[in-house]
Ligand binder design. Structure first.
Ligand SMILES: [Zn+2]
Length: 133
């Protein structure tokens, strides 16, 4: 991933200043939050989930579903809001999902979601800010 190819770019110092240590570890260090740790897991109001790194809306609330994994899960992102790369870390081949505007790591997408998309976007809640309608 080339850090400078995104519309929103920040220096490492800027990221550290604007994000909490946990957000930084997840979003800039490709970390994963502890399952069940994020209050957004149980957020059920109408609204949008925006990137905590740049504010771009990524998912709308009616695309969220209960996956039972402990991470906020969505079946479809907003068009153009996310990009994907192949992640071969931890001895697995997974599809990594990041924000198309600032490149911050969000989570992974798996092909075992509900119809019609059949996709499960497994997203770290700390990477999202919920904006109720
Ligand atoms: Zn972003």
């Amino acid at each position: 991933m080339t850090e400078n190819s995104f519309p929103v770019t920040r220096t490492d110092a800027e990221w550290r200043a604007m994000l909490t240590p946990e957000q930084y570890q997840v979003m800039r260090g490709h970390g994963t939050e502890r399952p069940g740790s994020c209050t957004l897991l149980h957020e059920k109001r109408a609204g949008a989930f925006a990137c905590a790194g740049c504010g771009q809306p990524l998912f709308v609330a009616n695309r969220k579903f209960e996956s039972g994994t402990g991470w906020p899960s969505f079946d479809t992102p907003l068009e153009g809001a996310t990009e994907e790369t192949v992640d071969r870390s931890h001895g697995m081949v997974r599809t990594e999902v990041h924000c198309s505007q600032c490149g911050s790591h969000l989570g992974h997408v798996f092909p075992d979601g509900p119809p019609p998309s059949g996709l499960r976007y497994c997203i770290n809640g700390v990477a999202l800010n919920f904006e109720p309608e």
